[in-house]
Design a protein around this ligand. Structure first.
Ligand code: VGL
Ligand code: ZN
Length: 199
């Protein structure tokens, strides 16, 4: 028996137009995400949640611009504008996101020295957030992903869910992409290789 959970990734003000790391059309997915969520008895939300001065912020690396890459002790890291600061308006969910029956909100990226795109593992691909254990302990076998951004947090969450043995699909119409240096094409190819179903 398949037991599914909907994972709604980072539908937060800073990823919507007017936000500090705005994803084009990020706000447009909200009505569809709400509609999809009504069909899922079980929903988990993620919330990007960074302390002031987080190491993924370009402002912490003199001479480095946002949207460029550096090497951190745990591997490559794209630098971003300051965003989703703990307890800020930008870190708040979009005001029209309406999923009162969501059962868990998992926050990620709260350790200053390491970023976390994925809802399951931080960017060292080793430090667990606990979500994998939570979903397995509750008997879920399938994870459906929607949210922001398709080619970063949705991508890494979907890939990690698959690595953990869940059946995984991504509803592309309920996502929007940042689209840096071929990241959308890379994401599609990776999903195909890993058996992650794009719907
Ligand atoms: C995200 C970049 C930095 C995302 C979060 O939600 O895709 N992207 N932090
Ligand atoms: Zn972030």
């Amino acid at each position: 028996m398949v037991k599914g959970v909907l994972l709604v990734v980072d539908v937060q003000n800073d990823f919507c137009p007017g936000g500090r790391l705005a994803v084009a059309g990020g706000d447009e997915i909200v009505p569809l995400v709400n509609k999809i969520a009504r069909k899922y008895p079980h929903v988990v939300l993620t919330q990007d949640w960074h302390p002031v001065g987080h190491s993924s912020f370009a402002t912490q690396h003199r001479g480095h611009d946002p949207f460029t890459q550096i090497t951190m002790p745990y591997g490559p890291q794209t630098l971003w504008p300051d965003h989703c600061i703990i307890d800020s308006e930008g870190a708040t969910f979009h005001k029209d996101l309406d999923i009162p029956h969501a059962e868990l909100i998992i926050r990620k990226g709260f350790r200053k020295a390491i970023d976390s795109y994925s809802a399951f593992f931080e960017n060292d691909h080793k430090t667990p957030t606990g979500l994998g254990g939570y979903l397995k302990e509750r008997g879920f076998t399938k994870v459906t992903c929607v949210g922001l951004a398709f080619d970063y947090c949705v991508r890494f969450s979907a890939e990690d869910a698959r690595k953990l043995g869940f059946e995984v699909d991504v509803i592309e119409a309920a996502t929007r992409a940042i689209d840096l240096e071929g990241s959308v094409g890379d994401t599609r190819m990776s999903f195909r290789e890993r058996g992650i179903v794009l719907k």
